[in-house]
Design a protein around this ligand. Structure first.
Ligand code: GLN
Ligand code: ZN
Length: 771
């Protein structure tokens, strides 16, 4: 590179791709269903990209200076990078042409599986609720520039009058997020292939230069995360090598390396010493770095607008942070801290949120406006945007003192808590009392809570919402469903009965709707993975429980059976993780408030005669901070909030928890500290890996390693279930073991549910007889 083009003064790292009305979701699903052709899907996608560019320009990002990122994806950005560099695993070889290219149908097969093709594994993207697809890289991976989609999208924009900035996952992050392919030697690491991957990135970058791109954005979030297993020195060496290699190219656009989700720490000097032209800093999670050699020659892209939450926030503070970077480099630009992928499109699409609350919020479009304003301030001086800063400060002030944000009763209760409120007392005593109270057999059988959500259930809920079904009619329909589900469980022979959760739209939103301090949106959809979107609730004020939530349903259920019924609640950490949470106090304080509301709910369940209560915490692992130094504080408040919610019960009441994932070893200490009487977790896919974890780390409470992988409609055979149970019994004392599926059955159909549960019970009988 000879002349570096100027970096735009304001930009964002990425924009939601699903569409304001989830147009992309609908089109993609229509394509899967066969009712939309590939050409029509591409036309819809092109239309969406064009309206996004127009919208971003309308909100203040310039058309012709690379400030608009081209961050579209049909499904996932890691999958896109995989297809771009030709890294389709050999097990999908039949889907790829001679040049390594894969068509749209094949692309979706990688993501979703089809016939004999199991999909790529999916996992959480850093500490967000977005999931990416995990590339499988081995010595056999034949890297080549197999897709020019990124170039074509750049050209498409250009033809429409926009000079955009193409975005792709950077080479180091791509390999660090990959796993070794099945046949790879034991000592192989995907990062070993960096030298072979870089020529492909080089080819891509050169193609972009030839097409006229001034800037390209390479996302390297893996550099901020300490949960990457590769030794740090190797990561830093890879960064140095990668950007020296790409930087050396004669024909290339200027390179912007973005590092969202945390501070770069020791990776910053490496990037500062490399030939890249711009570095993105997440100043929401991280702080202003110290000066390091080379930094003053880079454009510093100040990620001061939070891409991870929905608050309008402290705009003046954000401006000051960006301005302070001017001490480090004369070239500073304003940006979001992460892609706006994690937030909904537009506050203006919400008609039922209160005017006050709306004034405190900024969704993607409002955040773009904030970026544009701050960029103007950097260029023309603070005075030029003083009114905008003042308006945001006034909204913040109003929020501080608005009714509901601080509730004296909630606060004094939280302040009065003592050590004893977090502790249930001796496990041995609890165990003895629970044995007496519940009278369960060895290897007790149960499910995780939900039963299939049928079309009828969804229709009834929709009609109730519309008002065409009265509350009484709705309740009767749900009760009929519960009664059916109880009969079914009795008939199959399960030991601990659930009500099936028919009345819940979603395990978090249901509680948000029934607690004070939360609001729910109409159009606040956020991509979770592929075409799957969630609508997180907004936790804006102090949380309290106006009245009992689940007690009526659970006691109705208990009235139908002589067997113990398990009450079902979502835990405080998961409620926080899957909502947009207030940013004006520590998460731990908010978790405590939610915990106290749940504690009251559990007390009411107990008083109503419910002897088993499950508090689900599938998000415990997800919120684990990216930096190790933050782990202890996180585990302290997260585990503490679970204990606070559950420690109010008598010794005879059995507390269960459920964690979806199988990385038991990673969080074993935390799970032990939850002090639940019984923990159910995923184990079928990992073939009972957890048994080894328990043997090596030790765990003496009840444990239900899931034997049936409920993520697919496949019915496991009695033989296969028996074998899994035998593995469990061989490694864990039978006294501790429970028998259950991996997760809730909400997304399954009845046919496979009944068949699988029958097989599960049959396998249990066989293994009990062998004890
Ligand atoms: N109790 C919930 C259910 O069965 C748990 C769901 C989950 O773990 N994600 O649906
Ligand atoms: Zn689960």
């Amino acid at each position: 590179m000879t002349n570096t083009p100027a970096f735009p003064t304001g930009t964002i790292l990425g924009y939601p791709r699903i569409g304001r009305r989830r147009e992309l979701k609908k089109a993609v699903e229509a394509f899967w269903a066969g009712s939309l052709s590939a050409d029509d899907l591409e036309a819809t996608a092109a239309g969406l990209r064009q309206s996004t560019r127009e919208r971003l320009a309308g909100l203040g990002l310039a058309r012709a200076d690379s400030s608009i990122p081209e961050s579209f994806s049909y499904y996932d950005q890691v999958l896109d990078a995989l297809c771009t560099v030709g890294a389709v695993p050999t097990r999908f070889a039949g889907l790829v042409d001679a040049d390594g290219r894969i068509d749209l149908a094949g692309y979706f097969t990688l993501a979703r599986g089809e016939g004999e093709h199991a999909p790529l594994e999916m996992t959480k993207w850093f500490d967000s609720n977005y999931h990416y697809l995990v590339p499988e890289i081995g010595p056999e991976t034949d890297f080549r520039l197999a897709s020019d989609r990124i170039v074509r999208e750049f050209e498409e924009a250009r033809a429409a009058g926009f000079l955009t900035r193409p975005v792709i996952v950077g080479p180091v992050t791509f390999l660090l997020l990959s796993k070794p392919s099945d046949g790879a030697p034991a000592d192989f690491q995907p990062l070993d292939r960096l030298g072979d991957l870089l020529p492909v990135y080089a080819a891509l970058v050169s193609r972009l230069a030839a097409a006229g791109a001034d800037w390209v954005q390479l996302d390297e979030p893996a550099l901020v995360s300490e949960s990457i297993e590769t030794p740090r020195a190797e990561v830093l060496g890879a960064v140095e090598f990668a950007y020296a290699t790409l930087g050396r190219l004669a024909e290339r656009p200027a390179i912007f390396v973005a590092a969202p989700y945390g501070s770069l720490d020791d990776a910053l000097p490496v990037l500062a010493g490399s030939p890249v032209e711009a570095i993105g800093l997440d100043l929401v999670r991280g702080s202003i770095p110290a000066a390091v050699p080379g930094l003053s020659e880079k454009t510093l892209v100040a990620g001061v607008i939070d891409g991870h939450n929905i608050w309008r926030g402290d705009l003046a503070g954000a401006f000051d942070a960006a301005a302070r970077l001017l001490d480090l480099s004369p070239n500073v630009a304003v940006s979001t801290s992460t892609s706006l992928l994690h937030v909904p499109h537009d506050v203006e699409d919400e008609s039922s949120l209160g005017a006050d609350l709306k004034g405190w919020l900024a969704f993607a479009d409002q955040k773009v406006g904030q970026v544009a304003a701050l960029a103007l301030g950097l260029a023309d001086g603070r005075a030029a945007i003083q009114p905008v800063l003042d308006a945001a400060t006034a909204a913040l002030e109003a929020r501080r003192t608005a009714p509901g944000v601080r509730d004296g009763a909630v606060r004094s209760r939280a302040e009065a808590l003592t050590e004893a409120d977090f502790s249930r007392g001796d496990y041995a005593i609890r165990l003895a009392e629970q044995d007496k109270a519940l009278g369960l057999p060895l290897l007790p059988t149960t499910t995780i809570g939900s039963f299939p959500q049928t079309g009828e259930i969804r229709r009834a809920r929709a009609q109730f919402l519309k008002g065409t079904l009265t509350a009484d009619e709705y309740r009767d329909l749900m009760r009929a469903e519960i009664s059916r589900v109880v009969d079914l469980q009795e008939e199959i022979g399960l030991d601990v009965i659930v009500h099936g959760e028919p009345e819940r739209n979603d395990m978090v939103q249901y509680f948000a709707e029934n607690l004070d301090g939360f609001a729910v949106t109409e159009n606040g959809w956020v991509q979770s993975y592929g075409s799957r979107c969630t609508r997180p609730s907004i936790l804006w004020g102090d949380v309290s429980r106006p009245k009992a939530i689940t007690v009526e349903w659970s006691s109705y259920t208990q009235g139908l059976t002589a067997k113990p019924v398990k009450g079902m609640l979502t835990g405080p950490v998961t409620i926080l993780a899957w909502s947009f949470v207030r940013d004006d106090q520590p998460l731990g304080d908010t978790a405590r408030q939610v915990a106290l509301a749940l504690r009251d709910e559990i007390a009411d369940l107990e008083a109503a005669g419910i002897g088993v209560v499950q508090v689900d915490e599938p998000a415990l692992r997800e919120l684990l901070p990216l930096k190790k130094k933050d782990h202890a504080a996180y585990l302290d408040w997260s585990v503490g909030s679970f204990r606070l919610a559950t420690a109010g019960v008598a010794a005879r009441t059995q507390i269960h928890t459920h964690l979806c994932y199988s990385e038991f070893g990673v969080v074993i200490d935390a799970i032990r500290n939850l002090d639940a009487d019984v923990t159910s977790i995923e184990a079928a896919r990992s073939r009972m890996e957890v048994v080894g974890d328990i043997q090596s780390h030790g765990f003496d409470h009840g444990i239900g390693p899931g034997v049936w992988d409920i993520h697919s409609p496949r019915v496991p055979s009695v033989a296969e279930l028996t074998e899994l149970l035998e593995v469990a019994v061989a490694g864990i004392p039978a006294r501790q073991l429970w028998v259950n599926p991996d997760c809730g059955l909400k997304t399954r159909g009845y046919e496979e549910t009944v068949a699988s549960l029958r097989n599960m019970l049959e396998a249990t009988r066989i293994v009990r007889a062998e004890l």
